[in-house]
Ligand binder design. Structure first.
Ligand code: ZN
Length: 665
């Protein structure tokens, strides 16, 4: 392929990929499979590597995220970013209309405004600048005058175009948001890693866009609804939305033109219930005067443009009574106070319990047994008490005092040090605490742990309560006869449970490491650790320094591992447990940056011999094979590469040079 042809092909591919981006990410109507999309992308990427002079940072191949930033740079907005005033009732809406009518009359304008009602998406406002049809910058709203430059992060968001079909210059305002199901997924993962949870989708969107590493943002599925153009001339707000859609932005199609505010109110009433079923958070409607010509006449208050108003939905909050506060002992010994509530319907489900986290939180809320409390769902998922109606407090209500002794084993409770600080929670330090053992067993058998499917929480609880099992090792001593006589268990269910336990005996190293419930060692950390060892025994003998050198393992984790293995009770447990298990090491298969990558080498490389290149690839977990096939990830080509290069070109296999390989590792 000559240069001219290559450029033509590059341009063709970019246009086709942009078309498919719009179908997929804007209109949600993909016309080609992911595989086809990926393969077109690969062809483009290959051509751009071969002809770097035709590469541009705006190519769709660059949406995967660039290098992490040291910090965000401040950006002064060219046009001040206002926010609309709020209304909370129909009366306030009518008052807004009346004020506007008076202003228009005073200015001698006879036109009566009509309205457009749009969803007020619960996200983060972003300001996108395009010059001559090219995306140049994205910033957060910040304080309205100065925001932060998040260009590299926004570039990874597929619901906005990087190039426009026309050479126009303008600023587009949008709302960045995330799907509720993504929030749940991410929170579930964070819970396992013992990381703080995101409270809601707005929180998650904000936290994601404030990531310094664009590669993480690229994995997060951020969406942006564009809703405003600054610097264009459009007769109506609706025109602007139509234009944005035409330019390849994602525009929320849920909107309504209203001749009167009464129509807007009817639309609002419908959405109060309908919003629950959408996959994004909506906290109200934004009602705007549709005729742009009236916007200037209406002007601004000190804080907001008068042409629009945010009509908020009533909050999803309920009151109920706090019946008692109980304490729960977790796997790590942490004791958590839990509010036992008079059952109440909240956002579609019945809530009877809510965590109070720790004594500090109880003090902050000043919550007492017998109080009427206000409940909401944080992030639409976890119920939380956020306030107390002190006027309704019974005279005899007592302040709650955290117990001094474990409710399960009566050992004294105390805070533990985490780094330089003391924990907020108190812990039961008794290693023989039955509650900790039970939670530990549930964790051990869980899907991400040993994956003993037939052994659910309820069954573990029953077996534990009657003393049939005491710890992880005792599971493997269980016999069919122990179970089948128990109430509710027959021969068949006993068989199944035993088979399930026996089936877990061959286990991947990371699953074993995770299932032991070592503090700070979540699933991902366990995987990071397992990659570096040939056996469980090798891991056990390492010191803090050696462990903390592993990527993904900090000092905190390293210390937790060492102290776990040093503990004599744990050593006794492992001595009984390990003989039952066949542990499969993952080192050889999953270490290195080139894991799962297959190379073919051809020609003479500038500095490395072919054997050296091969060694380097294998040391980083990659494979080298002799001939190019559909399974080849890259052709590493030097000078005078012959037929292999032709094969690679035919198959669309990316061709890289020595420097590319060195960059990869
Ligand atoms: Zn205890």
């Amino acid at each position: 392929m000559n240069k001219e042809k290559a450029l033509h092909r590059i341009e063709e591919l970019r246009a086709v990929l942009e078309g498919h981006r719009i179908l997929y990410h804007v209109h949600d109507t993909p016309k080609i499979t992911d595989e086809v999309y990926d393969s077109l992308m690969r062809e483009l990427s290959l051509l751009e590597k071969k002809y770097p002079e035709f590469d541009t940072p705006l190519s769709p191949t660059h949406r995967v995220g660039g290098d992490p930033l040291p910090k965000f740079v401040k950006v002064t907005h060219e046009i001040k970013q206002w926010s609309f005033d709020n209304a909370f009732s129909y009366e306030e809406l009518l008052a807004w209309e009346e004020r506007n009518a008076a202003l228009l009359k005073k200015a001698g304008v006879e036109q009566t405004p009509t309205y457009i009602a749009e969803m007020k998406v619960d996200g983060l406002k972003v300001v996108l600048t395009y010059v001559d049809g090219v995306f140049v910058r994205a910033a957060t709203r910040g304080n309205g005058e100065v925001g932060e430059d998040i260009t590299e992060n926004i570039k990874t968001v597929k619901s906005i175009p990087l190039t426009l079909p026309e050479r126009v210059s303008f600023t587009v305002i949008g709302e960045a948001w995330m799907k509720k199901k993504d929030l749940e997924k991410i929170n579930r993962a964070r819970e396992k890693e013992e990381l703080p949870l995101y409270a809601n989708t707005r929180n998650l969107a904000a936290g994601t866009l404030r990531q310094l590493d664009p590669k993480i943002v690229a994995t997060r599925n951020i969406q942006i609804y564009a809703y405003d153009i600054e610097g264009g001339s459009y007769t109506t707000q609706e025109d602007e939305l139509i234009t944005l859609d035409r330019f390849g932005f994602l525009v929320n199609s849920e909107r309504k033109l209203c001749r009167t505010l009464k129509e807007a109110q009817a639309f609002y009433d419908r959405w109060i219930t309908r919003r629950q079923t959408e996959d994004y958070g909506i906290d109200g409607l934004v009602i705007k005067v549709n005729e742009r010509i009236l916007w200037d006449t209406l002007g601004y208050t000190a804080k907001s443009p008068r042409a629009g108003i945010a009509y908020k939905f009533p909050a999803q909050e309920v009151s109920t009574k706090l019946l008692s506060i109980t304490c729960q002992v977790g796997r790590t010994g942490a004791v958590t106070p839990v509010a036992e509530l008079e059952p109440v319907l909240l956002a579609g489900s019945t809530v009877a319990r809510a965590t109070l986290h720790n004594a500090d939180e109880i003090e902050r809320l000043d919550v007492r047994v017998g109080d009427t409390v206000l409940l909401r769902k944080a992030g639409d998922v976890i119920p939380e008490i956020f306030d107390v109606v002190t006027d309704l407090r019974p005279k005899d209500a007592l302040a709650f005092v955290m117990p001094k002794y474990c409710p399960e084993c009566s050992s004294p409770l105390s805070k533990i040090s985490i780094g330089k600080e003391l924990s907020a929670a108190v812990y039961c330090r008794n290693k023989e605490c039955p509650a900790q053992h039970l939670e530990g067993l549930i964790h051990f058998a869980s899907k991400k742990g040993m994956g003993i499917e037939g052994l659910g929480e309820k069954i573990i609880e029953i077996f534990h309560d009657i003393g049939l099992i005491t710890d992880a090792a005792s599971l493997y001593d269980l016999k069919k006869e122990d179970i089948e006589g128990l109430e509710g268990f027959g021969e068949k269910s006993a068989d199944n449970i035993i088979a399930s336990i026996q089936g877990s005996r061959t286990v991947l190293l990371h699953k074993l490491v995770y299932s032991l419930g070592i503090r700070h060692v979540g699933e991902q950390t366990a995987k990071d650790i397992a990659k570096h060892f040939n056996s469980f025994d090798e891991l056990r003998t390492k010191n803090t320094e050696e462990l903390s050198r592993i990527e993904g393992v900090g000092e905190k984790v390293a210390e937790a591992l060492v102290s776990y293995f040093k503990d004599s009770a744990n050593q006794k447990l492992l001595a009984r447990l390990l003989p039952h298990l066949t542990v499969i090491a993952e080192k050889s298969t999953s270490e290195g940056k080139l894991f799962n990558t297959t190379f073919v080498i051809t020609g003479t490389l500038p500095t490395l011999s072919r054997d050296e290149a091969k060694e380097l690839i294998e040391k980083n977990g990659g494979k080298v094979s002799a001939s190019v096939s559909s399974k080849t990830s890259y052709l590493l080509a030097g000078e005078n590469g012959g037929s292999k290069r032709l094969d690679a070109e035919k198959l669309g296999t990316p061709i890289i040079g020595e420097q590319d390989l060195l960059n990869m590792i």
